[in-house]
Ligand binder design. Structure first.
Ligand code: ZN
Length: 436
């Protein structure tokens, strides 16, 4: 609905006005135009302004929450403790908060139209295993800890956004669900976002994903990926007395060498990574099993399928090579299998989508420029189903994601928070007070 139409000054009766952001948002009004005749802009709304103004004086509070959240371990499939903390923090803002069956924390800001939903999501999980030291080291605006940026910054931003809209008593047109979701990383396989999309399918109109730091990009293209595990098993034995027996690690290494020599195209960009390799029991034992985990990604589903079958062929060939070179096959043979651990579907946001227009208008308002990116995020799920979605950074700067040296610098983070808020309100709309 056009804001111009609903806010025409000639309309006297009480009405509910929706302000959409798909129009210029600079708040400088033409001196010739009487106030009521201006096209409504998101940033002209007093409550939107109040929410925008909440961020700057509260940045140190947001930073403190980020450190606190990051120090609660959230390894894959073990997000419950962090989720419980988020539930408390979100409930303090006055919203109704629940944890769904998947483990997602969902805070609901009811809109004037509760039949339409906008989801704002930040993933709770990290890639780091239990026992990782997640103590945050702070030095001025810089914080260092595993997970501080990905996704401590996104989760802190989620909390800040809820605080800001509640502080300003903002009522959206569409209901907004603020979601701290589980299972984004690795073998979580986007299970949290899958559950959200399942639960709200039909009502869900747009999703804005806050992932990591920065304001330099907007992910509108979902990178398709697959995670595979190759497992090779054999009888196992003694390094000396059973020498010559087929060795699963040997076979895995033979197959891996073949696989890493697979040619992949630069365009469509296609990548692979052997990310984990394990097996064996001791240095003087012929192992009874060996496994490796591989992540493959491509801009093309065809290349993805080709690479997956290359992995199967290479593992099969590695096993064959090892069997052929084994001196003693009487003690059993090697078995192998390659299993799909996870698959993330691809998809793209239409260039003329209202969500992208809202993001662009928000960028313009905060004086930011961002480039379109293709990436693998929670946005993959809605995008693969034709639901508008983007993933953006939550502001500030960060680096070293997925490493123990991960860092985040909060300088300028309010720009990212304002950008996120205006984008969200741009697609949710703002329900105005009744006009007099
Ligand atoms: Zn992330």
């Amino acid at each position: 609905m056009s804001g111009k139409r609903c806010c025409k000054p000639t309309v006297k009766r009480a009405l509910v006005c929706v302000i959409l952001l798909g129009m210029p948002v600079r708040s400088v009004a033409s001196p010739h135009a009487p106030r009521q005749a201006q096209g409504p802009r998101l940033s002209d709304n007093a409550r939107v302004r109040a929410a925008l103004d909440w961020f700057t004086p509260n940045i140190s509070w947001v930073n403190d929450q980020q450190a606190r959240i990051t120090e609660i371990p959230a390894p894959p499939f073990q997000e419950a403790q962090r989720a419980a903390a988020l539930k408390v923090l979100l409930a303090e803002t006055g919203l109704a908060v629940q944890i769904d069956k998947a483990g997602n924390v969902i805070a609901e800001l009811p809109g004037a139209n509760e039949k339409e939903i906008v989801v704002v999501a930040a993933h709770l999980d990290t890639v780091f295993p239990p026992g990782t030291n997640v103590k945050v080291h702070r030095d001025g605006s810089r914080m260092t800890a595993p997970g501080i940026s990905d996704n401590g910054s996104g989760v802190a931003a989620l909390l800040a956004l809820v605080r800001a809209v509640q502080f300003a008593h903002l009522k959206p047109q569409r209901t907004i669900l603020f979601v701290a979701d589980v299972g984004e990383e690795g073998e979580g396989n986007l299970r949290g976002m899958r559950a959200i999309v399942d639960s709200y399918r039909g009502k869900l109109k747009a999703a804005v994903v806050l992932d990591g730091s920065g304001t330099d990009h907007v992910t509108t293209k979902a990178l398709a990926s697959r995670r595979l595990e190759a497992l090779i098993t054999g009888p196992g034995g003694h390094s000396w007395s059973d020498f010559g027996m087929p060795n699963p690690i040997n076979a895995l290494v033979r197959g891996s060498v073949r696989f890493i020599n697979t040619k992949v195209p630069a365009s469509p960009r296609t990548t692979f990574n052997i990310g984990q390799i394990e097996g064996g029991t001791s240095v003087n034992s012929i192992p009874h099993e060996a496994r490796l985990k591989v992540d493959i990604r491509s801009e093309s589903e065809d290349e993805l399928a080709r690479l997956e079958s290359a992995l199967r062929d290479c593992i099969a060939a590695g096993v064959r090579d090892e069997m052929e070179s084994a001196r003693d096959r009487t003690k059993g043979k090697l078995e192998w299998k390659v299993e799909l651990l996870g698959s993330r579907p691809g998809g793209e946001l239409a260039p003329d989508s209202p969500l992208l227009a809202a993001l662009r208008a928000a960028d313009e308002f905060v004086g930011n420029q961002s480039r379109i990116e293709r990436s693998s995020t929670d946005a993959n799920i809605p995008l693969s189903l034709g639901i508008e979605a983007i993933a953006i950074g939550a502001g500030g700067n960060g680096g070293g994601a997925h490493s123990l040296q991960e860092w985040y610098d909060s300088a300028g983070r309010e720009i990212g928070l304002k950008r996120a808020l205006l984008t969200i309100l741009g697609v949710s709309g703002v329900a105005e007070e009744k006009a007099r």
